[in-house]
Write a protein that binds this ligand. Structure first.
Ligand code: ZN
Length: 116
């Protein structure tokens, strides 16, 4: 999977922020990952622990927040959250139409880092 490359990117962001803030240690890294992303939290944490060895981020805790999957309906232009585990297709809850497109759900980013 692509977790390794993603984790390298995350670590780079974290180290840059830590250096800019003069941090001596990164305690927690909070990530936001879209509900449609197939990134594995377990592997992210493992790779982070491995890649972070010898840096100020060594031993940092990884917290992942899953963001909702959001669709927008074409005809009525309203947006709605979708629980992917509950349903396979997602008609618009307002007009019942099927002309919907994905707004968010695949994104991921570093939301916050906690340092000492
Ligand atoms: Zn609609």
């Amino acid at each position: 999977m692509h977790e390794l490359a993603v984790t390298e990117g995350i670590l780079a962001v974290v180290l840059r922020h830590a250096a800019a803030g003069g941090a001596s240690r990164v305690v927690t890294v909070r990530l936001r990952i879209g509900g449609l992303s197939d990134l594995s939290e377990e592997w992210l944490a493992r790779y982070f622990a491995w890649l972070g060895k010898g840096t100020v981020a060594e031993g940092a805790r990884i917290e992942v927040e899953r963001t909702p999957v959001v669709f927008r309906c074409g005809p009525c232009d309203r947006t709605f959250d979708v629980d992917l585990k509950a349903a396979r297709d997602f008609p618009c809850p307002f007009c019942g139409g099927n002309d919907v497109s994905l707004v968010s759900g695949r994104e991921f980013f570093v939301r916050e880092i906690e340092v000492m």
